[in-house]
Design a protein around this ligand. Sequence first.
Ligand code: SF4
Length: 59
Amino acid sequence: MSQDPLDPETRADWISQLDEIGQKMKGPSFIATPSDEACQYCEFGRSCPAREQGKRSVE
Ligand code: SF4
C-alpha cells in the first residue's frame, strides 16, 4: 500500500491541524505551591515535582 506525496497546500493544512490538536492535548499547566497543610492530603504528592517523592516521577 502506498500513498502519493501530499501537495504543499494539503501538507500545510495537515501540519496546521496536527499543531492545533497537539495544543488542545497539552491541557492546562499549574505551578505547584506546596504547603504543609495542602500537601498533607493531596492526591498528587507521589507525582508532584515540588515534593521529594514526586521528583522521581518527573525527572
Ligand atoms: S503535593 Fe504538589 S500539587 Fe499537591 S498540594 Fe502539594 S504542591 Fe500542590
